[in-house]
Design a protein around this ligand. Structure first.
Ligand SMILES: C[S@@+](CC[C@H](N)C(=O)[O-])C[C@H]1O[C@@H](n2cnc3c(N)ncnc32)[C@H](O)[C@@H]1O
Length: 263
């Protein structure tokens, strides 16, 4: 079992993930809302948190600063290297489908990335089962996915839906299959509907997930280029996200959806 080489190459040579959650208004909204949901659902510090696919460690560093004992795993050597430089938590190479941790060895597991880089359903179920295995009874699993509708909303918000036929075709295909075509500019990826996420959660033996829209219905405005990149706008987006976060008909207006479960 190995991670698709295009994913490693994408994050190593084509894209620097380390400042994604800071450099744009949409990134900051995603980071602040993710932290808000983590603060709400994680067991209190100093709980042991396994951040699976934690990338360069933006969330891990924040949790470590809040007193959590964090271990981050990621298959991209550049990310492990960037995460290690924080110095406040352990960062190791690892794949969500085969965790090196012992059974019941953590209080919480985060999957804020791996599920959208596993295009085979069986791999996503395996990753969820692995998270289940390493979290102790009574612990928490939180997993984020990218919404199936995000690419069409993104293209529409930027006005490219009418001008960029190729992008429009790729987004329409993705809306049908969930599988991203790397010609879109992103890498090997899978985009979930809320219903699929619920079903995969159940099929992995995790019971019923609580789902939350992360960025809320204002995120298309944040990426549109129609407004300035301003922190008061991010704050408004976050307040709006809270209002609609669990409305089943509004969850898919967010770019990312968070599933939360207690075991
Ligand atoms: C968009 S980044 C998100 C990073 C971080 N969790 C965050 O929320 O900012 C997706 C991450 O998933 C990681 N990833 C991809 N496939 C994975 C797998 N099979 N197991 C674990 N992590 C994986 C990537 O290396 C990358 O760091």
């Amino acid at each position: 079992m190995s991670v698709h080489p295009d994913i490693i190459e994408f994050y190593t040579d084509a894209y620097d993930e380390s400042d994604r959650l800071h450099r744009s208004a949409a990134g900051r909204a995603e980071r602040l809302r993710t932290l808000e949901l983590l603060a709400r659902h994680l067991p209190p510090a100093p709980a042991r948190v396994l951040d699976i696919g934690g990338g360069p460690g933006v969330h891990a560093a924040e949790l470590a600063a809040r007193g959590y004992r964090v271990t981050l795993l990621d298959p991209v050597p550049r990310h492990v290297d960037q995460a290690s430089r924080h110095g406040s938590f352990t960062a190791l190479p690892g794949d969500a489908r085969a965790l090196p941790q012992d059974e019941d060895s953590c209080d919480a597991a985060l999957l804020l990335g791996p599920l959208y880089h596993l295009t085979e359903r069986s791999d996503r179920i395996r990753a969820l089962r692995e998270a289940h295995r390493v979290v102790r009874p009574g612990g928490v699993i939180m997993a984020a996915v990218i919404s199936r509708h995000a690419p069409l909303l993104d293209l529409s918000a930027r006005g490219r839906i009418t001008t960029d036929e190729r992008a429009q075709e790729l987004a329409a295909e993705l809306a049908e299959t969930g599988v991203n075509d790397p010609r879109s500019g992103f890498t090997v990826a899978y985009f979930h509907t809320a219903a699929e996420l619920r079903e995969e959660w159940r099929d992995a033996g995790l019971g019923e997930a609580s789902l939350y829209g992360i960025e809320g219905p204002l995120w298309p405005l944040l990426v549109s280029g129609l407004v300035e990149d301003r922190d008061d706008l991010v704050a408004t987006a976050i307040r709006t996200a809270r209002v609609t976060e669990q409305d089943p008909e509004m969850i898919a207006s967010s770019a990312h959806i968070m599933a939360v479960g207690r075991i």
